[in-house]
Structure formats: C-alpha cells, structure tokens
Design a protein around this ligand. Sequence first.
Ligand SMILES: [Zn+2]
Length: 70
Amino acid sequence: MGLFSEDTPEIVEIMGKKLVCPICSNTNFWQRSAQLNTAVASFFNLDWANRSATCFVCSNCTHISWFLGN
Ligand SMILES: [Zn+2]
C-alpha cells in the first residue's frame, strides 16, 4: 500500500508529555491529519466531528491515537 512508508516515524509530545503506545509501549509514530468531513459527521450525527483531527500511528503495532483539532 505504501500509505505509511514515505516518511520515518518520530517521537511525539502531547502537552509536554511523550506519547507512548498503550499497546506495545513504542514511542515512534507517524503523524497524519484527517479532515472529519460532513459525511462522517452526519453518519455519527455529531456536529463537533466536522473538523480536522490529528492521528498518530504507532510504527510498531499500527495502533492509532486520535486527537481532535480545531
Ligand atoms: Zn504500538
């Protein structure tokens, strides 16, 4: 697929704390931004979902940590 193979994973800090994967304790993540579009917001019937989010994908187990942006 090559979806996550274009760049190298990085250590991520959230509010001054290092992000650690809750599954495998890995500290290297790929960062991705996602626009939570109207279709998704409508599907869940949530107005607040109609905005951008940041996700960090664990480079080891691919667990995804999501953070809602503005
Ligand atoms: Zn992991």
